[in-house]
Design a protein around this ligand. Sequence first.
Ligand SMILES: [Zn+2]
Length: 127
Amino acid sequence: MKEILAELDAAQTAYDALVPTGSRAQVYDAGQTVKRIKAQLSDAISEGAAACPTCGGKPHGMAQPYRFRGQVKHGFEIGCTNCLDHRAAGPTRDQCVADWNAGAWSDPGKAQATNGDHAAARALCAS
Ligand SMILES: [Zn+2]
């Protein structure tokens, strides 16, 4: 996962640098690269998670801040992009995969993403 994050950082930096001066084609290509690497990261996080039991969709993995007992912590989330109430969030990827596969959905109020510290989530993800 560390390698994917390093690749994503490089791709995002390249994209940001191109936006003000690059051609539309260059910016588009750089954006597609970022999108591809984000999909790789999602796949790495949701590895081992079964298809959504309701719609059969592929689960989406994310690294992000979440709320637990009133505190903002950083960890992982696996969710369905079709069934928005189907999500498993927690401090470790393994626990999220286990909860997801068991259908133990997280309370959206506790698991909700914040506009908080994505850098901390990424650091945790890389450890
Ligand atoms: Zn679903």
